[in-house]
Design a protein around this ligand. Structure first.
Ligand code: GLN
Length: 205
């Protein structure tokens, strides 16, 4: 047993997760449509990143997201945003995309990575979809534990010295920060706790 408070390690409530993801997905897709006005035909870039003060890489399927981002020309825009110091958050599949290096699964699919964090990730570090779980996680940035929902989650298995570890679980790093970039293995958008969102938005000020 480690120092984490276990609340519940049974399968995630897929009904609730599914509904929340659909709700957030709908919000994000209407924002995305609104922002696509800046498409740059000559460079092939999407123009998606230019007007945004921050960037959020959501969960999902990192292979698919990576390929779509590459096809849409979003990769160089995110790299540029990172260089400009814009805060970037990657949750779950987003963590995989932010990493410099992946595990053998990542190598097998040949999925493109942004390579913005000096970390190595394991794609499905806690097992398959049905091994998804929820815990009360101790995070260095909050006094009280954080209700963290892990869905077929990845984890950081190696991190350079310039990477700040924000939380570990089962000997894996599940939250980390490198300058303006944050990677989480879990989904803070699936609970009512807004502490992490406030923390991230404060980085933009
Ligand atoms: N493990 C998945 C992947 O590598 C991510 C799962 C998630 O984002 N919920 O794509």
């Amino acid at each position: 047993m480690n120092d984490h408070d276990y609340e519940d390690r049974r399968n995630c409530d897929t009904g609730r997760c599914g509904r929340a993801r659909r709700r957030i997905g709908a919000d994000l897709s209407s924002e995305t449509r609104d922002r696509r006005g800046g498409e740059d035909k000559a460079s092939g870039n999407s123009g998606l990143m230019r007007p945004t003060p921050l960037s959020y890489r959501p969960g999902g399927e990192s292979t698919t997201i990576g390929r779509l981002m590459e096809r849409e020309g979003i990769f160089p825009e995110i790299k540029e945003a990172a260089e400009e110091g814009k805060p970037i958050l990657g949750t779950c599949a987003g963590m995989v995309l932010l990493a410099k290096e992946g595990d053998e699964e990542v190598a097998k699919t040949g999925q493109p990575l942004l390579g913005l964090m000096d970390v190595k990730v394991k794609r499905n570090a806690f097992g398959r979809q049905r091994e998804s779980f929820e815990v009360l996680l101790k995070m260095s940035i909050f006094e009280e534990t954080f209700h963290a929902v892990f869905i077929r989650a990845p984890a950081i298995t190696q991190a350079a010295e310039n990477v700040e570890i924000l939380a570990t679980f089962d000997e894996h790093v599940v939250a980390a920060k490198q300058g303006n970039i944050i990677a989480l293995s879990f989904h803070p958008e699936l609970t009512e706790d807004r502490r992490f969102h406030h923390y991230f938005i404060d980085l933009c000020k």
